[in-house]
Design a protein around this ligand. Structure first.
Ligand code: AHM
Ligand code: MG
Length: 336
């Protein structure tokens, strides 16, 4: 018989995480509450991003909104929404946001076991032309004996208990890993719920796409130059790879995750640590890529092994399909 017009058994993100948690009898539901606050932030940003063009139009009428406040920039607004939602969850101790110079220490009465590192609106230079942007987040569990200090977030990425991103694109997609694989959820705007649409995402072993800002090529090191040269002029007679670069990490990584290939922001002579931030850009994306069966490499080692010393430090990154990252690793090994 024809497929049902309406699915009646919807796997929402909350139901999904509750199911996962029921496998851990010690779980107290704290993670579910934390995640639902992150989801709230994502829904807010999704709605604000989709109205960005209109907000501009309204802004033209005097730059001041009905409450008499000046229009806040979308990235500042998004940051405030996430900070407030995370604090009010009562499940966090320390928050690190790309938008804030200093970490936020939650007041004792509202503290919980988790620490969240995030970039509330990554790729914000793309807002005004309507290109996909996103939120990136990583979650640590506070160390047992800790009251909540910076050391709780200056932990290697492999210690994260969960990581994810939300992409504000042609649809709003949330990709999440709690350390047992990767799952993708799409916001159903009529329900206001994220529904499981991409169960158990695996990145293809090999890929035909490379993604990098080639405008920096002049300053690259030898292994990076050689890898990209091979993408264009393969030495084994295979077809050249395609180049895709949006300049919005969430969108470039999302495509890499689904279609395979490699995304890179390498070191160069001008930026010896690349551009991307270790804690809330490199770590969450590396965590997801490994959980999907791919790899993430810095040019010297496994990205998730980095022990950060400051909250806003940067790191070069090569991540994606297992075989592609294997190739760049061997080029670096040969270069030593
Ligand atoms: P941002 O945090 O200031 O938005 O910068 C991060 C973005 C990433 O989304 C993207 O991968 C990268 O910057 C692109 O940089 P470039 O323009 O140098 O290629
Ligand atoms: Mg960013």
């Amino acid at each position: 018989h024809a497929a049902e017009a309406h699915r009646t058994d919807l796997m929402t993100i909350t139901r999904f995480v509750l199911n996962e948690q029921s496998k851990h009898p010690e779980a107290r539901g704290d993670f579910t509450i934390l995640l639902s606050n992150i989801v709230l932030g994502c829904k807010f940003v999704c709605s604000a991003v989709s109205k960005a063009g209109l907000a501009k139009l309204i802004g033209l009428a005097g730059e001041i909104n009905v409450q008499g406040e000046e229009q806040k920039k979308l990235d500042v607004l998004s940051n405030e929404v996430f900070i407030k939602a995370l604090i009010s969850s009562g499940r966090t101790s320390i928050l690190v946001s790309e938008e804030n110079e200093q970490a936020t220490f939650v007041e004792p009465s509202k503290r919980g076991r988790y620490c969240v590192v995030f970039d509330p609106l990554d790729g914000s230079s793309n807002i005004d032309c309507g290109v996909s942007i996103g939120t990136i987040f990583g979650i640590y569990l506070r160390k047992d004996d800790s009251e909540g200090t910076l050391n709780d977030v200056l932990q290697p990425g492999k210690n994260m208990v969960a990581a994810g991103y939300c992409m504000y694109g042609s649809s709003c997609t949330l990709v999440l890993s709690t350390g047992t694989g990767v799952n993708g959820f799409t916001l159903d705007p009529s329900l206001g719920e994220f529904i499981l649409t991409h169960p158990d995402i695996k990145v293809p072993k090999k890929g035909k796409i490379y993604s990098v800002n080639e405008g920096n090529a002049k300053n690259w090191d030898e292994p990076t130059k050689k890898y990209v040269e091979r993408c264009k002029f393969p030495e084994d007679g295979s077809s050249p790879k395609s180049l895709r670069y949006i300049g919005s990490m969430v969108a470039d990584v999302h495509r890499t995750l689904l279609y395979g290939g490699i995304f890179m922001y390498p070191a160069d002579k001008k930026s010896p640590n690349g551009k991307l931030r270790t804690l809330y850009e490199v770590f969450p994306m590396s965590f997801l890529m490994e959980q999907a069966g791919g790899q993430a490499f810095t040019g010297t080692g496994r990205a998730l092994d980095i022990v950060p010393t400051t909250i806003h430090q940067r790191s070069p990154i090569f991540l994606g399909s297992f075989e592609e990252v294997e190739e760049i690793k061997s080029l670096y090994a040969a270069h030593e």
